[in-house]
Design a protein. Sequence first.
Length: 343
Amino acid sequence: MTTQAPILIGDRTITAGEQRYVHLPLPHLYTHARISMPVYVIHGLQAGPRLFVSAAIHGDEINGVEIIRRVLSTLNIKTFSGTLLAVPVVNVYGFLDKSRYLPDRRDLNRSFPGSEHGSMAAQLAHQFLHEVANLCTHGIDLHTAAIGRDNLPQIRAHFKQDPELLAMAQAFQPPLILSTSLREGSLREAGFKRNIKIILYEAGEALRFGEEAIQIGVEGIFSVMRYLGMLPAEQPALAKPEPLLSDSSVWIRAPQSGILHVKVGLGTAVSQGELLGHVADPFGAHLEKIYAPKTGLIIGVSTLPLVHEGEAILHLAHLMQSDTIASAEPQHEIEPEPELANL
Ligand SMILES: [Zn+2]
């Protein structure tokens, strides 16, 4: 085994066996306070895959920040090959504001590949893509549902187009893997065009720490690093069930404005025509029932009981292994409106 060559990130050269912080400069605040994107780099002694793990591309999605903290606190560089670039807070501005967006209301995950002299979002996207993602062979991007929603822990990957992404997603061992198309301007789309293998982990709620979502995320990242050969293989203490696979999903919308009562939780398997809840006026007089349009698994749910007609309230995934629906483990969690969907 040969010692791997140094890597240049920003203005820092990091040699084999070294781990250190790099601060990538970003546009200042209007107070002139300096802003940078902090990256922690672990450059193993031996060559291997280069993996980035990113969080808070949407600044209010903070489960991933804690996931990365726990991964870094546990990782042993002595047994580590390849390179890890950990970026717990990509959208620094949104994180400061506890907001999904940038100060100009742009969505960073619609701004890739960005440009050096474009909008704030374009500059941030460009910096992340050029100084982090472009150095990597693989990536794991951590998200949660948008505000007022909750997501079942799940991996999203363009796996129908790329079997390698499916293998990586299966290595993560989430409860569910959902094939989603690539949204224009997303990090996953930019990665796909550059042959960087990127999977997206969606779990829990914005502005909260969800312990189950965090633990599945931490274990998933270690499992992917073992799968990629960055860490020695290890016998799992307990065999986990195979992730369920879904090739499509639909949003169920409020049939009228009113107060929402949902009778099903995250991870519930439902049958076509099954009663899922209702929307009523505050007195309960004008009540509209909500039925499952298809058989599938509940993977996202609104946590806010006040809805307008047409609002997305439940996210239903169609399972590819329909014979396993009955054995789906009931869990408790949800996701964002289609127009806010992470990807
Ligand atoms: Zn997100």
